[in-house]
Design a protein around this ligand. Structure first.
Ligand code: GUN
Ligand code: ZN
Length: 436
């Protein structure tokens, strides 16, 4: 049967590799008047409107000119059960976890509640231009199931897992080494690789797992080498001290994960703020990813992620919101705060690099650059439409912008969900303008 074809017209921008700087124009493709052909959830063609193949000339066209179309943003570190923890008044990580987060997440053991929140979570992602997330669930298997079912209904590419945590948290929010293993395994068997879904092995962080649970997580990672592993590493000094006290045999915090087989090229390590040179070396050698969470790191006073040191050390990297320690669902705002964090350390974060990171860079970090993060023909048709004139402040500034780099910088510095005019998931418009 003939597949339904739809065409989207607008200015197109996508990246092929990490830009070296402002002059690295061959790192991306920019098309002033471009067309995307969507067929069967994929991009079957991308190029100049004028070159649109003749056999597509009759298909329905959605014209987004003069807006900019980029690959959907990818958020590789976000917490599904923390949408209502954002903006909770706390001094630092452990106070924030104990005072709010470990209370709030208990609600997600209730399947109807989790299902209702999963809808709102996906709505929020799409309204902010995020078409793929790697999300932590709560400790409850039901939380991950709810989010997976919701993403399946929307045909979103999404990764999640139930967090494993068997100590240093309220009774109602802990599993055991055995149930954490078995529930994760059941999720993998049911959902991993189903449609666009994946399941991540998710030991919350070393502080909330016993040796037995870390062993179990490592066993899962060995049995399922294609599953991502998501956790937290070296976010806060109090956390680091506590972890070192709990695992006295480990050389350092990174070594705790490595000993249990949890430091691999599938590992997404949230934060990585206070790493030693040795730890950076092990991250580089194992191919683990350091995930920069600027709004969270500033909000919780955790510290300044040194992207140049991480990158210079050969460590793979990503950028993420870390909702609800993070304060914005927007990857645009996240890039803005990331810029400020680098600037404070005397480093630069050119908008070409920033937009690469939020799209193709994050796709590479989660091992999906062959499917998402670009507008290459043959990849999945997840993209967003951005308006650099979305607010009065943006329009005022744009009167004096002349280049693509300036437009991108205005988008990341002044933009948020208001700049996202549409989000397409597998070729279908999923969310236009504001939340319902
Ligand atoms: N470390 C362990 N759990 C969490 C969490 O939920 N948020 C953040 N930012 N850090 C963590
Ligand atoms: Zn986190």
């Amino acid at each position: 049967p003939q597949q339904k074809v739809s065409i989207v017209r607008g200015r197109l921008l996508w990246f092929h590799r990490e830009p070296l700087g402002a002059d690295d124009l061959s790192s991306f493709t920019y098309i002033e008047d471009g067309a995307l052909v969507c067929m069967g959830g994929l991009l079957s063609w991308a190029g100049d409107w004028a070159d649109l193949p003749a056999d597509h000339r009759g298909a329905a066209v959605t014209d987004h000119r003069p807006h900019l179309i980029v690959p959907g943003f990818i958020d590789p570190h976000i917490h599904f059960p923390q949408g209502q923890v954002v903006a909770s008044y706390a001094g630092s990580l452990l106070e924030w976890l104990n005072s709010y987060t470990f209370i709030e997440e208990q609600r997600y053991g209730d399947p109807p509640f989790a299902a209702a929140m999963a809808k709102r979570f996906c709505d929020m992602l799409l309204a902010h231009g995020t078409t793929t997330a790697v999300a932590f669930g709560s400790v409850h298997k039901a939380s991950a199931q709810a989010l997976l079912a919701e993403a399946a209904a929307r045909n979103m590419r999404l990764v999640t897992g139930k967090v494993m945590m068997d100590r240093n948290a309220p009774e109602a929010l802990t599993d055991t080494a055995q149930t954490g293993h078995d529930d994760t395994k059941a999720l993998i068997d049911e959902w991993h690789g189903a449609g666009r879904l994946e399941v991540a092995i998710s030991p919350r962080f070393a502080l909330t797992s016993t040796d037995a649970q870390m062993e179990a997580a490592g066993a899962l990672a060995r049995e399922h080498p294609d599953c991502l592993i998501q956790t937290h590493l070296s976010e806060n000094h109090g956390e680091i001290e506590a972890v070192e006290a709990l695992f006295p045999d480990a050389v350092d915090y990174t070594d705790v994960y490595e000993r249990f087989g949890l430091l691999t090229s599938k590992s997404l390590m949230g934060h990585c703020i206070h790493l030693s040179d040795r730890e950076i070396g092990r991250m580089a050698e194992t191919g683990a990813v350091a995930v920069f969470c600027p709004t969270s790191n500033l909000f919780l006073g955790s510290g300044l992620f040194d992207l140049d040191r991480i990158k210079g050390g050969g460590v793979r990297h990503a950028i993420a919101t870390d909702i609800g320690g993070g304060t914005s669902w927007s990857l645009l705002k996240t890039l803005d705060e990331g810029y400020k964090v680098l600037n404070l350390q005397g480093h630069r974060f050119h908008p070409f690099r920033a937009f690469w990171q939020a799209t193709r860079g994050n796709a590479e970090a989660i091992g999906m650059a062959d499917r998402i993060g670009t507008l290459d023909a043959g990849t999945e048709a997840d993209f967003v439409v951005l308006d650099a004139h979305a607010t009065d402040a943006m329009a005022l500034r744009m009167e004096r912008a002349e280049t693509l780099a300036e437009e991108l910088f205005v988008l990341q510095t002044l933009g948020d969900d208001r700049a996202v005019k549409a989000a397409y998931v597998a070729g279908a418009e999923a969310m236009a303008d504001a939340l319902p």
